[in-house]
Design a protein around this ligand. Structure first.
Ligand SMILES: Nc1ncnc2c1ncn2[C@@H]1O[C@H](COP(=O)(O)OP(=O)(O)OP(=O)(O)O)[C@@H](O)[C@H]1O
Ligand SMILES: [Mg+2]
Length: 452
Protein backbone atom coordinates (compact mmCIF):
# COMPACT_ATOMS: atom_id res chain seq x y z
CA UNK A 1 0.00 0.00 0.00
CA UNK A 2 1.25 3.46 -0.88
CA UNK A 3 1.78 5.81 2.08
CA UNK A 4 1.14 9.54 1.90
CA UNK A 5 2.22 12.29 4.31
CA UNK A 6 0.32 15.57 4.29
CA UNK A 7 2.46 18.36 5.74
CA UNK A 8 0.56 21.62 6.11
CA UNK A 9 0.16 24.04 9.00
CA UNK A 10 -3.31 25.04 7.87
CA UNK A 11 -5.72 22.72 9.64
CA UNK A 12 -8.64 22.73 7.17
CA UNK A 13 -6.43 22.17 4.11
CA UNK A 14 -4.61 19.39 5.93
CA UNK A 15 -7.84 17.69 6.95
CA UNK A 16 -9.38 17.96 3.54
CA UNK A 17 -6.37 16.45 1.76
CA UNK A 18 -6.07 13.64 4.28
CA UNK A 19 -9.75 12.77 3.89
CA UNK A 20 -9.56 12.62 0.14
CA UNK A 21 -6.48 10.38 0.14
CA UNK A 22 -7.87 8.22 2.86
CA UNK A 23 -11.04 7.63 0.87
CA UNK A 24 -8.98 6.86 -2.24
CA UNK A 25 -7.39 4.00 -0.33
CA UNK A 26 -4.02 5.42 0.66
CA UNK A 27 -2.34 5.13 4.02
CA UNK A 28 -2.31 8.76 5.22
CA UNK A 29 -0.64 10.64 8.05
CA UNK A 30 -0.87 14.38 8.80
CA UNK A 31 1.79 16.76 10.15
CA UNK A 32 1.47 20.42 11.04
CA UNK A 33 5.17 21.28 11.04
CA UNK A 34 8.54 20.29 9.66
CA UNK A 35 9.76 19.32 13.11
CA UNK A 36 6.88 16.91 13.55
CA UNK A 37 7.29 15.44 10.08
CA UNK A 38 11.03 14.89 9.59
CA UNK A 39 11.67 12.45 12.48
CA UNK A 40 8.74 10.36 11.29
CA UNK A 41 10.08 10.37 7.75
CA UNK A 42 13.40 9.12 9.15
CA UNK A 43 11.74 6.31 11.00
CA UNK A 44 9.56 5.07 8.19
CA UNK A 45 9.80 6.92 4.89
CA UNK A 46 6.59 7.86 3.11
CA UNK A 47 6.13 7.09 -0.58
CA UNK A 48 4.49 10.42 -1.39
CA UNK A 49 4.62 13.73 0.48
CA UNK A 50 2.19 16.59 -0.11
CA UNK A 51 4.20 19.49 1.22
CA UNK A 52 3.04 23.04 1.95
CA UNK A 53 5.62 25.56 0.83
CA UNK A 54 5.18 27.88 3.80
CA UNK A 55 5.22 26.23 7.17
CA UNK A 56 5.56 28.11 10.43
CA UNK A 57 8.82 26.51 11.50
CA UNK A 58 10.64 25.65 8.26
CA UNK A 59 10.36 26.39 4.56
CA UNK A 60 9.02 23.70 2.26
CA UNK A 61 12.13 23.97 0.12
CA UNK A 62 14.35 23.08 3.08
CA UNK A 63 12.26 20.02 3.77
CA UNK A 64 12.29 19.07 0.10
CA UNK A 65 16.08 19.21 -0.01
CA UNK A 66 16.24 17.06 3.06
CA UNK A 67 13.85 14.44 1.66
CA UNK A 68 15.59 14.24 -1.69
CA UNK A 69 18.99 13.89 -0.02
CA UNK A 70 17.93 10.99 2.16
CA UNK A 71 15.04 9.30 0.31
CA UNK A 72 15.43 9.81 -3.41
CA UNK A 73 12.51 7.59 -4.31
CA UNK A 74 9.95 9.52 -2.28
CA UNK A 75 7.84 11.71 -4.54
CA UNK A 76 7.16 15.21 -3.24
CA UNK A 77 4.26 17.37 -4.41
CA UNK A 78 4.41 21.02 -3.41
CA UNK A 79 1.12 22.66 -2.44
CA UNK A 80 1.07 26.39 -2.39
CA UNK A 81 -0.98 29.57 -2.53
CA UNK A 82 -1.04 31.42 -5.84
CA UNK A 83 1.38 34.06 -4.57
CA UNK A 84 4.31 31.66 -4.46
CA UNK A 85 3.93 29.81 -7.77
CA UNK A 86 7.44 30.89 -8.78
CA UNK A 87 8.97 29.21 -5.78
CA UNK A 88 6.89 26.10 -6.50
CA UNK A 89 8.24 25.95 -10.03
CA UNK A 90 11.70 26.35 -8.55
CA UNK A 91 10.94 23.38 -6.31
CA UNK A 92 10.26 21.10 -9.25
CA UNK A 93 13.76 21.89 -10.43
CA UNK A 94 15.01 20.76 -7.04
CA UNK A 95 13.40 17.39 -7.52
CA UNK A 96 9.76 17.86 -6.55
CA UNK A 97 7.46 15.71 -8.63
CA UNK A 98 4.95 18.49 -9.26
CA UNK A 99 3.12 21.37 -7.61
CA UNK A 100 -0.51 22.19 -6.97
CA UNK A 101 -1.89 25.68 -6.44
CA UNK A 102 -4.46 26.31 -3.71
CA UNK A 103 -7.41 26.18 -3.74
CA UNK A 104 -7.46 22.77 -5.33
CA UNK A 105 -10.17 20.37 -6.33
CA UNK A 106 -10.42 16.86 -4.95
CA UNK A 107 -10.07 15.55 -8.48
CA UNK A 108 -6.69 17.25 -8.96
CA UNK A 109 -5.40 15.86 -5.70
CA UNK A 110 -6.42 12.35 -6.55
CA UNK A 111 -4.95 12.61 -10.02
CA UNK A 112 -1.64 13.87 -8.66
CA UNK A 113 -1.48 11.04 -6.14
CA UNK A 114 -2.29 8.57 -8.89
CA UNK A 115 0.46 9.82 -11.14
CA UNK A 116 3.03 9.75 -8.40
CA UNK A 117 1.90 6.23 -7.49
CA UNK A 118 2.28 5.13 -11.08
CA UNK A 119 5.81 6.51 -11.19
CA UNK A 120 6.72 4.72 -7.97
CA UNK A 121 5.17 1.49 -9.21
CA UNK A 122 7.11 1.60 -12.47
CA UNK A 123 10.31 2.35 -10.64
CA UNK A 124 9.80 -0.58 -8.29
CA UNK A 125 8.92 -2.87 -11.15
CA UNK A 126 12.11 -1.84 -12.89
CA UNK A 127 14.24 -2.50 -9.85
CA UNK A 128 12.52 -5.83 -9.39
CA UNK A 129 12.98 -6.81 -13.04
CA UNK A 130 16.59 -5.78 -13.00
CA UNK A 131 17.33 -7.97 -10.03
CA UNK A 132 15.53 -10.84 -11.72
CA UNK A 133 17.40 -10.33 -14.96
CA UNK A 134 20.69 -10.30 -13.14
CA UNK A 135 19.98 -13.48 -11.28
CA UNK A 136 18.49 -15.75 -13.85
CA UNK A 137 19.85 -15.11 -17.33
CA UNK A 138 21.92 -18.07 -18.45
CA UNK A 139 24.14 -15.97 -20.66
CA UNK A 140 23.65 -12.22 -21.10
CA UNK A 141 20.48 -11.57 -23.06
CA UNK A 142 19.07 -15.10 -22.79
CA UNK A 143 16.07 -14.64 -20.61
CA UNK A 144 13.78 -17.09 -18.92
CA UNK A 145 12.47 -17.04 -15.41
CA UNK A 146 9.63 -19.47 -15.89
CA UNK A 147 9.94 -22.96 -14.51
CA UNK A 148 10.05 -24.34 -18.06
CA UNK A 149 12.99 -22.13 -19.05
CA UNK A 150 14.83 -22.67 -15.80
CA UNK A 151 14.70 -26.40 -16.49
CA UNK A 152 16.02 -25.77 -20.01
CA UNK A 153 18.84 -23.65 -18.61
CA UNK A 154 19.82 -26.49 -16.30
CA UNK A 155 19.92 -28.93 -19.19
CA UNK A 156 21.97 -26.51 -21.27
CA UNK A 157 24.48 -25.98 -18.47
CA UNK A 158 24.84 -29.74 -18.10
CA UNK A 159 25.18 -30.73 -21.75
CA UNK A 160 27.60 -27.85 -22.34
CA UNK A 161 30.09 -29.77 -20.19
CA UNK A 162 30.02 -32.94 -22.27
CA UNK A 163 31.04 -33.29 -25.88
CA UNK A 164 27.96 -34.73 -27.52
CA UNK A 165 25.76 -33.90 -30.47
CA UNK A 166 22.57 -32.12 -29.66
CA UNK A 167 19.24 -31.79 -31.42
CA UNK A 168 17.16 -28.66 -30.84
CA UNK A 169 13.55 -29.23 -31.72
CA UNK A 170 11.27 -26.25 -31.34
CA UNK A 171 8.92 -23.87 -33.11
CA UNK A 172 10.21 -20.89 -34.98
CA UNK A 173 11.40 -17.97 -32.87
CA UNK A 174 11.67 -19.87 -29.58
CA UNK A 175 15.41 -19.29 -29.19
CA UNK A 176 17.11 -22.25 -30.86
CA UNK A 177 19.98 -20.17 -32.06
CA UNK A 178 20.40 -18.53 -28.66
CA UNK A 179 20.41 -21.97 -27.07
CA UNK A 180 23.14 -23.17 -29.43
CA UNK A 181 25.16 -20.05 -28.57
CA UNK A 182 24.70 -20.63 -24.87
CA UNK A 183 25.86 -24.24 -25.16
CA UNK A 184 28.89 -23.05 -27.07
CA UNK A 185 29.75 -20.27 -24.64
CA UNK A 186 29.31 -22.38 -21.54
CA UNK A 187 31.24 -25.25 -23.08
CA UNK A 188 34.64 -24.14 -21.91
CA UNK A 189 35.92 -23.02 -25.34
CA UNK A 190 34.01 -19.79 -25.80
CA UNK A 191 36.79 -18.30 -27.92
CA UNK A 192 36.67 -21.20 -30.39
CA UNK A 193 34.60 -20.58 -33.53
CA UNK A 194 30.81 -20.82 -33.58
CA UNK A 195 29.68 -21.52 -37.12
CA UNK A 196 26.15 -21.32 -38.45
CA UNK A 197 24.84 -23.08 -41.51
CA UNK A 198 21.30 -23.18 -42.81
CA UNK A 199 20.60 -26.44 -44.62
CA UNK A 200 17.32 -25.25 -46.11
CA UNK A 201 16.97 -24.31 -49.72
CA UNK A 202 20.37 -25.39 -51.05
CA UNK A 203 21.13 -28.08 -53.60
CA UNK A 204 23.34 -30.96 -52.54
CA UNK A 205 26.46 -29.78 -54.41
CA UNK A 206 26.39 -26.41 -52.79
CA UNK A 207 25.88 -27.84 -49.31
CA UNK A 208 28.80 -30.18 -49.92
CA UNK A 209 31.25 -27.51 -50.95
CA UNK A 210 30.08 -25.17 -48.16
CA UNK A 211 30.40 -27.79 -45.42
CA UNK A 212 33.37 -29.82 -46.64
CA UNK A 213 35.27 -27.32 -48.77
CA UNK A 214 37.05 -28.38 -51.94
CA UNK A 215 40.44 -28.82 -53.54
CA UNK A 216 41.63 -26.76 -56.46
CA UNK A 217 40.22 -28.17 -59.69
CA UNK A 218 37.65 -30.40 -57.95
CA UNK A 219 35.02 -29.13 -60.38
CA UNK A 220 34.71 -26.45 -63.02
CA UNK A 221 35.00 -23.13 -61.22
CA UNK A 222 37.05 -24.48 -58.31
CA UNK A 223 39.96 -22.19 -59.07
CA UNK A 224 41.52 -22.45 -55.64
CA UNK A 225 41.28 -24.50 -52.49
CA UNK A 226 38.44 -23.71 -50.11
CA UNK A 227 38.22 -24.63 -46.46
CA UNK A 228 34.71 -25.79 -45.55
CA UNK A 229 32.63 -24.65 -42.61
CA UNK A 230 33.08 -27.88 -40.64
CA UNK A 231 36.85 -27.61 -40.89
CA UNK A 232 36.87 -23.92 -40.08
CA UNK A 233 35.00 -24.62 -36.84
CA UNK A 234 37.92 -26.63 -35.42
CA UNK A 235 37.63 -26.91 -31.65
CA UNK A 236 34.28 -25.14 -31.66
CA UNK A 237 30.61 -25.60 -32.50
CA UNK A 238 28.64 -25.94 -35.72
CA UNK A 239 24.94 -25.17 -35.75
CA UNK A 240 23.16 -26.93 -38.62
CA UNK A 241 19.86 -25.09 -38.83
CA UNK A 242 16.77 -26.53 -40.53
CA UNK A 243 18.37 -29.95 -40.55
CA UNK A 244 15.03 -31.43 -41.61
CA UNK A 245 15.46 -29.74 -44.99
CA UNK A 246 18.73 -31.46 -45.77
CA UNK A 247 18.45 -33.51 -48.99
CA UNK A 248 18.47 -37.29 -48.47
CA UNK A 249 21.67 -37.81 -50.43
CA UNK A 250 23.42 -35.24 -48.27
CA UNK A 251 22.18 -36.93 -45.10
CA UNK A 252 24.30 -39.99 -45.90
CA UNK A 253 27.39 -37.86 -46.12
CA UNK A 254 26.68 -36.11 -42.88
CA UNK A 255 26.11 -39.44 -41.16
CA UNK A 256 29.49 -40.57 -42.35
CA UNK A 257 31.12 -37.44 -40.96
CA UNK A 258 29.47 -37.96 -37.59
CA UNK A 259 30.57 -41.58 -37.44
CA UNK A 260 34.13 -41.15 -38.58
CA UNK A 261 34.71 -37.69 -37.15
CA UNK A 262 36.60 -37.00 -40.34
CA UNK A 263 35.87 -35.19 -43.58
CA UNK A 264 37.15 -35.24 -47.13
CA UNK A 265 37.23 -31.97 -49.02
CA UNK A 266 35.42 -32.28 -52.35
CA UNK A 267 37.99 -33.61 -54.79
CA UNK A 268 40.36 -34.40 -51.94
CA UNK A 269 41.84 -37.74 -50.92
CA UNK A 270 43.30 -37.05 -47.50
CA UNK A 271 40.83 -37.35 -44.57
CA UNK A 272 40.92 -34.47 -42.14
CA UNK A 273 40.17 -35.05 -38.46
CA UNK A 274 37.33 -33.07 -36.98
CA UNK A 275 37.04 -31.97 -33.39
CA UNK A 276 33.74 -30.13 -33.31
CA UNK A 277 30.41 -30.26 -31.59
CA UNK A 278 27.45 -30.48 -33.90
CA UNK A 279 24.16 -28.96 -32.87
CA UNK A 280 21.29 -29.58 -35.26
CA UNK A 281 18.11 -27.51 -35.14
CA UNK A 282 14.70 -27.98 -36.64
CA UNK A 283 11.23 -26.53 -36.28
CA UNK A 284 9.66 -29.70 -37.64
CA UNK A 285 8.96 -32.99 -35.98
CA UNK A 286 11.99 -35.00 -37.16
CA UNK A 287 10.70 -38.28 -35.79
CA UNK A 288 7.59 -37.86 -37.88
CA UNK A 289 9.75 -37.24 -40.95
CA UNK A 290 11.65 -40.41 -40.16
CA UNK A 291 8.34 -42.25 -40.12
CA UNK A 292 7.56 -40.88 -43.57
CA UNK A 293 11.00 -41.87 -44.89
CA UNK A 294 11.93 -38.26 -45.42
CA UNK A 295 14.74 -38.32 -42.90
CA UNK A 296 17.26 -41.10 -42.27
CA UNK A 297 16.64 -42.94 -39.05
CA UNK A 298 20.34 -43.67 -38.44
CA UNK A 299 21.21 -39.98 -38.80
CA UNK A 300 18.34 -39.04 -36.51
CA UNK A 301 19.75 -41.23 -33.73
CA UNK A 302 23.25 -39.88 -34.29
CA UNK A 303 22.09 -36.32 -33.97
CA UNK A 304 19.79 -36.60 -31.02
CA UNK A 305 22.10 -38.00 -28.39
CA UNK A 306 20.46 -35.21 -26.41
CA UNK A 307 17.29 -33.51 -27.59
CA UNK A 308 16.28 -30.14 -26.18
CA UNK A 309 12.72 -29.03 -26.82
CA UNK A 310 12.17 -25.33 -26.20
CA UNK A 311 8.70 -24.37 -24.99
CA UNK A 312 6.48 -22.05 -26.99
CA UNK A 313 6.15 -18.56 -25.59
CA UNK A 314 2.47 -19.08 -24.82
CA UNK A 315 3.43 -22.03 -22.66
CA UNK A 316 5.53 -19.82 -20.43
CA UNK A 317 3.69 -16.55 -20.23
CA UNK A 318 5.45 -15.69 -16.94
CA UNK A 319 8.45 -14.72 -19.06
CA UNK A 320 6.56 -12.17 -21.13
CA UNK A 321 7.02 -9.15 -18.78
CA UNK A 322 10.77 -9.80 -18.49
CA UNK A 323 11.13 -10.19 -22.23
CA UNK A 324 9.17 -6.98 -22.85
CA UNK A 325 11.47 -5.13 -20.49
CA UNK A 326 14.53 -6.62 -22.18
CA UNK A 327 13.36 -5.73 -25.69
CA UNK A 328 12.32 -2.20 -24.69
CA UNK A 329 15.78 -1.59 -23.24
CA UNK A 330 17.33 -2.94 -26.44
CA UNK A 331 15.10 -0.86 -28.70
CA UNK A 332 15.60 2.27 -26.57
CA UNK A 333 19.31 1.96 -27.22
CA UNK A 334 18.90 1.26 -30.92
CA UNK A 335 16.53 4.17 -31.54
CA UNK A 336 17.87 6.56 -28.87
CA UNK A 337 14.50 6.61 -27.18
CA UNK A 338 13.45 6.57 -23.58
CA UNK A 339 10.30 4.47 -23.42
CA UNK A 340 9.58 3.63 -19.80
CA UNK A 341 7.51 0.48 -20.19
CA UNK A 342 4.04 -0.61 -21.23
CA UNK A 343 0.67 0.51 -19.92
CA UNK A 344 -1.20 -2.11 -17.93
CA UNK A 345 -3.73 -2.58 -20.73
CA UNK A 346 -0.92 -3.19 -23.22
CA UNK A 347 0.66 -5.71 -20.89
CA UNK A 348 -2.65 -7.48 -20.58
CA UNK A 349 -2.98 -7.80 -24.36
CA UNK A 350 0.55 -9.12 -24.68
CA UNK A 351 -0.04 -11.58 -21.86
CA UNK A 352 -3.09 -13.00 -23.62
CA UNK A 353 -1.88 -13.14 -27.20
CA UNK A 354 -0.93 -16.52 -28.69
CA UNK A 355 2.42 -15.58 -30.32
CA UNK A 356 2.60 -18.04 -33.22
CA UNK A 357 6.02 -16.47 -33.98
CA UNK A 358 7.11 -16.85 -30.33
CA UNK A 359 9.87 -14.66 -28.87
CA UNK A 360 10.92 -13.32 -32.25
CA UNK A 361 7.39 -12.06 -32.84
CA UNK A 362 7.33 -10.38 -29.43
CA UNK A 363 10.69 -8.77 -30.17
CA UNK A 364 9.43 -7.44 -33.52
CA UNK A 365 6.26 -6.08 -31.95
CA UNK A 366 8.20 -4.21 -29.25
CA UNK A 367 10.78 -2.93 -31.71
CA UNK A 368 8.13 -1.48 -34.01
CA UNK A 369 6.18 -0.01 -31.13
CA UNK A 370 9.22 1.67 -29.59
CA UNK A 371 10.33 3.04 -32.95
CA UNK A 372 6.95 4.53 -33.80
CA UNK A 373 5.27 5.51 -30.53
CA UNK A 374 4.73 9.12 -29.58
CA UNK A 375 4.00 8.34 -25.95
CA UNK A 376 6.33 7.70 -23.03
CA UNK A 377 4.87 4.27 -22.46
CA UNK A 378 3.62 1.76 -25.01
CA UNK A 379 -0.16 1.80 -25.37
CA UNK A 380 -2.50 -0.62 -27.18
CA UNK A 381 -2.46 1.77 -30.16
CA UNK A 382 1.24 0.99 -30.62
CA UNK A 383 0.52 -2.71 -31.11
CA UNK A 384 -0.20 -4.34 -34.48
CA UNK A 385 -3.87 -4.76 -35.46
CA UNK A 386 -3.91 -8.49 -34.71
CA UNK A 387 -3.36 -7.70 -31.04
CA UNK A 388 -5.67 -4.72 -30.90
CA UNK A 389 -8.31 -7.02 -32.32
CA UNK A 390 -7.89 -9.15 -29.23
CA UNK A 391 -8.76 -6.05 -27.24
CA UNK A 392 -12.00 -5.59 -29.17
CA UNK A 393 -12.81 -9.25 -28.90
CA UNK A 394 -12.53 -9.01 -25.15
CA UNK A 395 -15.84 -7.19 -25.37
CA UNK A 396 -17.41 -9.70 -27.66
CA UNK A 397 -20.28 -10.25 -25.27
CA UNK A 398 -20.60 -6.62 -24.21
CA UNK A 399 -23.46 -4.21 -24.69
CA UNK A 400 -23.98 -4.94 -28.34
CA UNK A 401 -26.58 -7.62 -29.11
CA UNK A 402 -25.30 -10.13 -31.66
CA UNK A 403 -26.71 -12.86 -33.83
CA UNK A 404 -25.73 -16.34 -32.77
CA UNK A 405 -23.65 -16.63 -35.92
CA UNK A 406 -21.72 -13.39 -35.32
CA UNK A 407 -21.15 -14.48 -31.76
CA UNK A 408 -19.82 -17.83 -32.93
CA UNK A 409 -17.50 -16.12 -35.38
CA UNK A 410 -16.08 -13.77 -32.76
CA UNK A 411 -15.69 -16.47 -30.21
CA UNK A 412 -13.85 -18.79 -32.58
CA UNK A 413 -11.60 -15.88 -33.57
CA UNK A 414 -10.86 -15.21 -29.92
CA UNK A 415 -9.93 -18.81 -29.19
CA UNK A 416 -7.75 -18.92 -32.31
CA UNK A 417 -5.87 -15.78 -31.34
CA UNK A 418 -5.30 -17.02 -27.82
CA UNK A 419 -4.00 -20.38 -28.98
CA UNK A 420 -1.77 -18.81 -31.61
CA UNK A 421 -3.89 -20.38 -34.37
CA UNK A 422 -3.08 -23.83 -33.09
CA UNK A 423 -5.94 -25.80 -34.61
CA UNK A 424 -5.46 -28.78 -32.34
CA UNK A 425 -5.55 -26.68 -29.17
CA UNK A 426 -8.44 -24.53 -30.41
CA UNK A 427 -10.43 -27.63 -31.33
CA UNK A 428 -9.85 -29.02 -27.87
CA UNK A 429 -11.10 -25.86 -26.20
CA UNK A 430 -14.12 -25.57 -28.48
CA UNK A 431 -14.74 -29.32 -28.25
CA UNK A 432 -15.28 -29.72 -31.98
CA UNK A 433 -13.36 -31.89 -34.46
CA UNK A 434 -10.59 -30.22 -36.39
CA UNK A 435 -12.37 -30.64 -39.70
CA UNK A 436 -15.38 -28.79 -38.31
CA UNK A 437 -13.13 -26.02 -37.08
CA UNK A 438 -11.50 -25.72 -40.50
CA UNK A 439 -14.93 -25.44 -42.13
CA UNK A 440 -16.05 -22.71 -39.74
CA UNK A 441 -12.80 -20.82 -40.24
CA UNK A 442 -13.33 -20.95 -43.97
CA UNK A 443 -16.94 -19.87 -43.63
CA UNK A 444 -16.05 -16.87 -41.45
CA UNK A 445 -12.83 -16.00 -43.26
CA UNK A 446 -10.68 -16.53 -40.16
CA UNK A 447 -7.11 -16.90 -41.34
CA UNK A 448 -3.91 -16.93 -39.34
CA UNK A 449 -2.23 -13.53 -39.61
CA UNK A 450 1.08 -13.33 -41.44
CA UNK A 451 3.97 -13.54 -39.02
CA UNK A 452 6.32 -10.80 -38.10
N1 LIG B 1 14.79 -16.44 -24.07
C1 LIG B 1 15.10 -15.39 -24.85
N2 LIG B 1 15.59 -14.26 -24.28
C2 LIG B 1 15.90 -13.19 -25.05
N3 LIG B 1 15.75 -13.15 -26.38
C3 LIG B 1 15.27 -14.24 -26.99
C4 LIG B 1 14.91 -15.41 -26.26
N4 LIG B 1 14.47 -16.34 -27.13
C5 LIG B 1 14.54 -15.79 -28.35
N5 LIG B 1 15.02 -14.52 -28.28
C6 LIG B 1 15.21 -13.61 -29.41
O1 LIG B 1 14.23 -13.91 -30.37
C7 LIG B 1 14.78 -13.96 -31.67
C8 LIG B 1 14.63 -15.36 -32.23
O2 LIG B 1 15.48 -16.26 -31.53
P1 LIG B 1 16.30 -17.41 -32.28
O3 LIG B 1 16.84 -16.91 -33.57
O4 LIG B 1 17.24 -17.99 -31.31
O5 LIG B 1 15.08 -18.40 -32.54
P2 LIG B 1 15.02 -19.71 -33.44
O6 LIG B 1 14.32 -20.71 -32.61
O7 LIG B 1 16.38 -20.02 -33.96
O8 LIG B 1 14.04 -19.26 -34.60
P3 LIG B 1 13.92 -19.85 -36.12
O9 LIG B 1 13.42 -21.25 -36.00
O10 LIG B 1 12.90 -18.95 -36.72
O11 LIG B 1 15.27 -19.73 -36.72
C9 LIG B 1 16.21 -13.52 -31.54
O12 LIG B 1 16.32 -12.14 -31.80
C10 LIG B 1 16.54 -13.83 -30.10
O13 LIG B 1 17.54 -12.96 -29.62
MG1 LIG C 1 17.07 -19.91 -35.91
Amino acid sequence: MISIAVVDDERTARQMMANIFHRAGYNVEMFDSGHAFLPQMEKEPFDIVFLDLKLTDMSGLEILTHIKATHRDTEVIIVTGNSSIDTAVEATKEGAFHYLAKPFRAHDLRLMAQRATEKIRLHRENVHLKSQLGDHSLIPGFIGNSKAMQAIFETIAKVAQINCNILLEAETGTGKQLTARAIHELGGQPKAPFVYFNCGGFAEDLICSELFGYEKGAFTGAVGQKIGLLESAAGGTVLLDEIGEMPMSMQVKLLHVLQERQILRVGGTRPIDLNIRIIAATNRDLKERVGKDEFREDLYYRLNVVTIRLPRLRERRDDIPLLIHHFITKANKAFSKNIRGVSSQTLQLLMEYGFPGNVRELENIIQHAVALTEAGKLTPEDLPPRLRKLHLQENWAGEELLTLEEMEKRYIARVLIKTGYNIKAAGRILQIPRTTLWRRMKKYGLKAPAEG
